[in-house]
Design a protein around this ligand. Structure first.
Ligand code: CP3
Length: 335
């Protein structure tokens, strides 16, 4: 039985499960080699390559879960939306969605063929033993819309936050469409063998609680409801202390917490819910003694939750020494 799935069911396995957001990626030399000559979005649609990259960190670090190598933009690409991911920048949309007419245009896009995803997930699951579960994922409607409306990453998401008030009807139409796309993307991964899912609402922390509850959470809840009862659902965002109870109420089995909120505090905010997190990614470059002390503190605070999946409080920075991650997994398994 996978320790990840035990923890996500609310029980404490013998050994703490640990995996890292962005564990597949630029911190690994074998990733850089495999990706050579291929853009990230191309790599996501090549089943053998995506499967190989998914498995690399499992082989190297002995983590307790694989996260499917893809991107929150992949469903948009599959639906024929004109998006790109620029190195060092992130997702870029040439024609941002700003007006009611833009929204009308984009919501006509549908995913017809997701066979590249099905095939990649099947290849991964065929290689993983029973002990290591594959986690599927999707971007939450707000985080997808934040890119679509802004046209690229943004600190304050001013245009997206303006649009939800300027034209609520178009806003809800856009998020409802994004929710369907994310739900479909998760469904394909589960059908092919993913045994848990994570909904990334990375940028939800930029929202006021009122905007989140009225204009965002119902759409995330729709995505999560679409997979309810199939596999455990993890919900994660950055800077979301003020939203944790609402993110939990969207319908989840576990909540991901970023590095700003100590897990004992999170456990008080969402009692009874397994938590995932929240080693500060900055500590990966702070020397072993500082990292070990911090990791022990995170695990200690995590004991206030019914179960704990150890992870970082956000993704692995590309400059991380991979040996530090391998050593960190070994430490967590001893605690
Ligand atoms: O190992 C894993 O976590 C699985 C793969 C994964 C990727 N993207 C691959 C990727 C996952 C889970 C994502 C999700 C994702 N993508 C999120 C949510 C998670 C988070 O970090 O908050 C977001 C916001 C994106 C959008 C995105 N894609 C960004 C901001 C970037 C970084 C751009 C850069 O160059 O710094 C990407 C590109 C991307 N997606 C990379 C990887 C490994 C790095 C680019 C590369 O390797 O060429």
């Amino acid at each position: 039985m996978s320790s990840l799935l035990t923890a996500l069911s609310g029980h404490r396995p013998e050994r703490l499960p640990v995996w890292f957001m962005r564990q597949a990626g630029r911190s690994l030399p074998e990733y850089k080699q495999a990706r050579e000559g291929t853009t990230i979005l191309e790599a996501c649609l090549k089943p053998e390559l995506a499967a190989e990259i998914t498995l690399q960190p499992v082989r190297r670090h002995n983590v307790d879960a694989a996260i499917f190598f893809s991107d929150i933009m992949t469903p948009l690409v599959l639906a024929g939306v004109d998006v790109d991911i620029k190195p060092g920048i992130g997702p870029v949309i040439d024609h941002p969605v700003r007006t009611a007419a833009d929204v009308e245009r984009i919501v006509s896009h549908r995913i017809d063929d997701a066979s590249a995803i099905t095939e990649a997930v099947r290849l991964v699951v065929g290689e993983l033993g029973d002990d290591t579960a594959l986690i599927g994922f999707a971007g939450a409607p707000f985080t997808l819309a934040a890119y679509l409306v802004e046209g690229r990453g943004s600190r304050d998401h001013l245009q997206a936050r303006a649009m939800m008030h300027a034209d609520p009807q178009s806003w809800h139409k856009l998020l409802d469409w994004a929710a369907d796309l994310s739900a479909q993307f998760l469904g394909v991964q589960i059908d092919a063998g993913a045994r848990a899912v994570q909904l990334f609402d990375s940028w939800a922390g930029a929202l006021s609680r009122a905007d989140y509850v009225d204009r965002v959470q119902p759409h995330s809840a729709k995505v999560l409801a679409a997979v309810e009862g199939r596999v455990p659902r993890i919900h994660f965002g950055v800077g979301t202390r003020h939203l944790l109870t609402d993110m939990a109420e969207a319908g989840v089995e576990a909540l991901g917490v970023d590095y700003r909120t100590p897990l004992d505090e999170a456990a008080r905010l969402v009692p009874g819910l397994p938590l995932q997190g929240n080693i500060d990614p900055a500590l990966l470059a702070a020397g072993w003694d500082a990292l070990e002390a911090h990791a022990r503190d995170v695990v200690e605070r995590g004991r206030q939750a019914p179960a704990h999946v150890v992870n970082l409080g956000h993704g692995v920075p590309p400059t991380t020494d991979p040996q530090v991650l391998t050593d960190l997994v070994a430490l967590i398994h001893e605690l």
